[in-house]
Write a protein that binds this ligand. Structure first.
Ligand SMILES: CC(C)(COP(=O)(O)OP(=O)(O)OC[C@H]1O[C@@H](n2cnc3c(N)ncnc32)[C@H](O)[C@@H]1OP(=O)(O)O)[C@@H](O)C(=O)NCCC(=O)NCCS
Length: 208
């Protein structure tokens, strides 16, 4: 006979189990125009905590960095915003192709919840949302130390290639970055991995 012990979401037992915190989080995908000011306030707290090394990015109710997302996947718990990712559909020039992607960014988990599987659940929900949007691919750029996290969530690292992109679309015009990027990740959604076009990426915008 197996153990009949079960844990209610949010209970002490639930919290002790691997991934338990991820079950205490409620998830929603929300279009940008439907995010309330109260929610922006909570998201600001989340972002300032998760990106504490970049405090200049998220002041007051500013809850985006270089380009405002069109939608967000948001996790909440009893303490407020627990996790979030931003999503924005764009056409990028990839080699000879005009490629529709969902740019993903602002990926964040509240510091007290990190390392317990909430981020993995967030990325699972992001994948689900991109499926609902029926985009061919998700695309993001990340730090080297985050590559493994995204790979575990089903994302694939592109081989290093030239990328030309705006550093920040929320300020005055400045020269685009033009560099070899080795940490761009794609998520095949409605297309297969082999359908990603070869060549350099010209964003003509910033990343989310
Ligand atoms: C990156 C980030 C979103 C990950 O969220 P998270 O909730 O910590 O992610 P997870 O818990 O799902 O996984 C993180 C690590 O904890 C491990 N982990 C997951 N569940 C675990 C558990 N129950 N017990 C111990 N470790 C666990 C994972 O294996 C993973 O290990 P890895 O770093 O070797 O891949 C979060 O750390 C964050 O907000 N960081 C600051 C902002 C940031 O850098 N965002 C990404 C920008 S590209």
């Amino acid at each position: 006979m197996g153990s009949a012990v079960t844990a209610a979401p949010g209970s002490v037992l639930d919290r002790l189990r691997p991934g338990g915190h991820s079950r205490a989080v409620q998830w929603t995908a929300c279009r940008e125009g439907d995010v309330t000011m109260a929610r922006h306030g909570e998201l600001g707290v989340l972002l300032r905590g998760a990106y504490s090394h970049q405090p200049q990015l998220f002041g007051g109710l500013r809850t985006w960095s270089y380009l405002r997302p069109e939608a967000r996947v948001i996790g909440t718990d009893a303490s407020g915003a627990a996790a979030m990712a931003g999503v924005l559909r764009r056409f990028l020039q990839v080699g000879e192709a005009e490629q529709l992607v969902a740019v993903v960014g602002l990926v964040s988990v509240r510091p007290d919840l990190q390392g317990r599987g909430v981020g993995a659940e967030l990325m699972r929900r992001v994948g689900q949302f991109l499926g609902e949007l029926a985009v061919p691919f998700g695309l993001l750029m990340c730090a080297e130390q985050r590559v493994r996290f995204y790979q575990r969530a089903g994302w694939h690292q592109l081989t290093p290639r030239r990328m030309v992109y705006s550093l920040d679309d929320t300020r005055e015009a400045e020269p685009f970055a033009d560099e070899i990027v080795g940490t761009a990740m794609i998520l095949p959604v409605t297309e297969g991995l082999d359908e990603w076009p070869p060549g350099e990426l010209r964003w003509h915008c910033a990343t989310v």
